[in-house]
Ligand binder design. Structure first.
Ligand code: ARG
Length: 468
């Protein structure tokens, strides 16, 4: 049943349907469409359009349909049989009402347009999806905190330019990703506030002509407020762009996490080993165990970024107000949410079962002269200006390299030959634990600082937990 046949002599061409129909993807808005319709029915009852008994009958039918769709979310698709084609989810819901209630079903759309309707549905959907992602983010962050806890004394090399740089605690590495995901959660929460605005009552573009209490309607749907401009409310999708932007940033963080884990898990690094349950084999090479889950954390972010770009591009040339291009908002949003969800849910699967090879981590921290900065700092404490200390420590590295030994394996004589201010007390300063302990500055990798950061992160995660 088309919602707009009166003006037309002929029905739609099959190919027109193919480009125009959106039920194939917007069936996912069914519950939101019904919730919006329930609230709209109350609102037009308030405006005197529906009798109390009509409101009761409509509400009951909508609630029944809701129940059927909760039981089978694909029901709107399953019900496209024979001659029945619904253009979109709004047409589907209306057809179901009319089939059940006759003329009363046709009253529901009074004063409403699919333009304010779909904007409302999509905001309701996005709000709910954000809440689901926030819960998944919490679990992913918890896994990062758990691995930080388990590896709180594991020392590894930190890298810059992918070259061994300075020793860091494994926990410090995990907490870095936790901090990124904490910001992703904060961004989504902030975005949610702008999503949570009610367009319903904006009509097609100019506002509804019925005496609707839009503030009560907004409140009824759990929105923070009613939108303030009908042209804007029916035709902007910046809330989709903003949500996608949050997801793209999150995707980039998860991608970097994936990349680190892939590198650390390679035989060349050998710092971690993935559990079989998140790895796959090769169809040709029997020995292979591949980090596919981590690779897809990296890979899927490209797709989410693509969705953001697609939405930006769809919007940029649109004249006010609604244009059918806006129908292209749903697939990128749905897909990005789906990808973000599976990525977030796989993070605990990867981390909770990850085996960290502590000995290899420590060997990497010890190798690569990552205590050379500590030697320079020691010399500074002996009164050598930093630039000279840097030069002398560099020479010490070269000397050690030529003997194929670590810095602290050089004799005092050898050290003195390039850094004359060295004394016997230099050796303890070159140990990993002393080097780490020197970095207990707030935000640093010293064990005390990391313990505090971990406790603080746990507390703020629990606080966020009680909020959403
Ligand atoms: N399926 C449409 C969409 O997603 C619903 C709104 C249709 N509005 C219209 N004026 N044709 O945007």
């Amino acid at each position: 049943m088309a919602l707009w046949g009166g003006r037309f002599e002929s029905g739609p061409d099959a190919l027109f349907r193919a480009i125009n129909d959106s039920l194939g993807f917007d069936y996912r808005l069914a519950l939101e469409d019904i919730d919006g319709s329930l609230a709209w029915a109350k609102a037009i009852h308030g405006a005197g359009v529906l009798e109390a008994s009509e409101l009761g009958t409509l509400s009951k039918a909508l609630a029944d349909l809701r129940g059927a769709i909760v039981a089978n979310p694909r029901l709107p698709l399953d019900e496209q049989q024979g001659e029945t084609h619904d253009e979109d989810i709004h047409s589907y819901v209306e057809r179901k009402l009319v089939e059940k209630l006759g003329p009363l079903g046709k009253k529901l759309h009074t004063g409403r347009s699919r333009n304010d309707q779909v904007a409302t549905d999509l905001r309701l959907w996005t709000r709910r999806a954000i809440d689901a992602r926030l819960a998944e983010l919490r679990d992913a962050r918890r896994s990062l905190l758990d691995i930080a806890q388990r590896e709180s004394t594991t020392v590894m090399s930190g890298y810059t330019h992918l070259q061994r740089a300075q020793p860091v605690l494994f926990a410090h590495w995990a907490l870095a990703y936790q901090a990124m995901l904490a910001r992703d959660a904060a961004r989504l929460r902030d975005c949610r506030a702008r999503v949570n605005i009610c367009p319903l009552g904006s009509g097609a573009l100019a506002g509804t002509a019925y005496k609707i209490d839009r503030h009560a309607l907004a409140k009824d749907l759990g929105f923070e407020a009613a939108s303030t401009n009908s042209l804007d409310a029916t035709s902007d999708r910046d809330f989709v762009i903003e949500t996608l932007s949050c997801l793209a940033t999150l995707g980039v963080h998860l991608s970097r996490l994936g990349e680190d884990l892939i590198l650390f898990g390679s035989q060349e690094f050998g710092l971690v080993e993935f559990h079989d349950s998140v790895s796959s084999g090769s169809s040709l090479m029997p020995q292979k165990k591949n980090p596919d889950a981590a690779e897809l954390l990296r890979g899927k972010s490209g797709r989410v970024i693509g969705s953001l770009v697609s939405m930006f591009t769809s919007m940029k040339g649109l004249p006010l107000a609604y244009n059918k291009d806006l129908q292209e908002d749903k697939e990128p949003l749905f897909d990005a949410m789906d990808q973000a969800s599976v990525c977030l849910r796989v993070v605990p699967k990867i981390l909770d079962t990850l085996k960290v090879n502590r000995a290899k981590c420590e060997a990497a921290a010890k190798g690569g002269y990552s205590n050379a900065t500590d030697l320079a700092d020691y010399l500074v404490a002996q009164g050598v200006p930093f630039r000279e200390a840097h030069e002398q420590a560099g020479k010490a590295v070269r000397l050690a390299l030529s003997h194929h030994v670590a810095l602290d394996d050089l004799s005092l004589e050898q050290l003195k030959s390039v850094a004359p201010r060295c004394e016997a007390d230099v050796f303890p300063r070159l140990s990993l634990s002393v080097g780490l302990a020197a970095r207990n500055v707030h935000g640093g990798t010293g064990p005390e600082a990391v313990r505090e950061a971990l406790a603080h992160a746990r507390a703020s995660l629990d606080a966020a937990h009680s909020k959403t």
